[in-house]
Design a protein around this ligand. Structure first.
Ligand code: GRE
Ligand code: ZN
Length: 325
């Protein structure tokens, strides 16, 4: 077994009651088991990590989590409480767990303060944000390239921690293309389109020109971007439509983005990412408990790659990006 660090490993909580958000992703029969898996950290989850050679899991709250709480005061309150909970989970086994913080992006100033508290006081290793936030009412969606987040991104760069841009479903108003095809929602397809597009918005907004040292983490082998980024640059070169960035999308992908293997245990897709981004920018992940930790680990341990690249993807890159022991 290759010793591994896993980056996209979710937990839930019943106080405040956020775990219920994940029920829709399971059949009614499978839900009680997965609910327990989300709530458990030091029991069966740790035992499975031992079996899989996962020496450390970086925890994060489930999706859409805080981002879907359109009541801003509730979002601020729950983020604080759940980050305290995450810190307590880590404190019980700091040798095996780290955690990202959740953030109330509905209130950019509060999010910036909470990020700072979570990193400086709670020792969390960065932020995981589930795409756009619903602000004030369920229909108002705000993406992270919005100018209201200028100070937030500056603080993230100053603290020198990454932001994991994690999927959520598009808003109802942005879901017409899926009407009549509910099986395309969620992780089967819509998650990746939504999140990959969100990442392109960040790149196209000039965010990484303003903050060249920022790192954004994408799951699922890059949410379709490594496969298509050449074409995006190629066509934007022909029809720029007002874009004003200093570098190419491919440049940002290779300098400001790292991707994880969460939920995408597919060797040809991984080889494409290695060729586009390099083995220094890929980090092992399972996406527990939405994916099977054993399946993720067995796939990874069986890869026919050189040992150096395997060690980087398994553990070394995570240590560098998150400054882990
Ligand atoms: C995830 O967090 O990545 C996830 C969900 C729900 C279903 C599948 C999935 O939140 O990968
Ligand atoms: Zn996930």
């Amino acid at each position: 077994m290759i010793p591994k660090i896993a980056l996209e490993e979710h937990f839930g909580a019943s106080d405040p009651d956020i775990v219920q958000q994940s029920a829709e992703h399971f059949t009614p029969e499978a839900w009680p088991v997965h609910r327990d898996m989300l709530l458990d950290v030091h029991g069966k989850r740790l035992a499975a990590m031992d079996e899989c050679g996962i020496e450390r899991a970086v925890l994060s709250l489930l999706a859409p989590g805080i981002q879907s709480l359109h009541d801003t005061a509730q979002a601020v309150d729950w983020a604080r409480r759940l980050n305290d909970h995450a810190a307590a989970l880590v404190a019980e086994r700091p040798d095996r767990f780290s955690s990202f913080c959740a953030l109330p992006m509905q209130d950019p100033e509060a999010a910036t303060e909470e990020l700072t508290r979570a990193v400086r006081e709670l020792g969390l290793v960065g932020a995981l944000v589930n795409g756009f936030s619903q602000v004030g009412d369920p229909e108002t969606v705000v993406y992270l390239d919005d100018p209201r987040y200028a100070d937030f991104w500056a603080r993230l760069a100053e603290l020198d921690v990454p932001l994991y841009l994690h999927p959520r479903d598009p808003s109802p108003a942005n879901s017409q293309i899926y009407q009549g095809h509910p099986w395309l929602m969620g992780s089967a397809w819509a998650f990746s389109v939504e999140t990959g597009t969100h990442m392109l918005r960040l790149m196209g907004s000039g965010l990484f020109d303003r903050h060249p040292s920022l790192t954004v983490i994408l799951g699922h082998l890059g949410e379709l971007l490594p496969f298509n980024v050449w074409r995006t640059d190629h066509r934007v070169g022909v029809a720029p439509r007002g874009i004003g960035i200093e570098r190419s999308f491919g440049h940002y992908l290779r300098h400001n983005v790292v991707v994880t293997t969460s939920g995408n245990f597919r060797t040809p897709a991984l080889l494409n990412v290695i060729q586009e981004m390099g083995a220094d920018r890929i980090l092992f992940s399972a996406d527990y408990p939405f994916e099977d930790m054993h399946e993720a680990a067995a796939w990874f341990d069986g890869l026919e790659l050189n040992e150096g690249d395997l060690a980087k993807i398994a553990r070394d890159n995570a240590r560098r990006v998150l400054r882990l022991p």
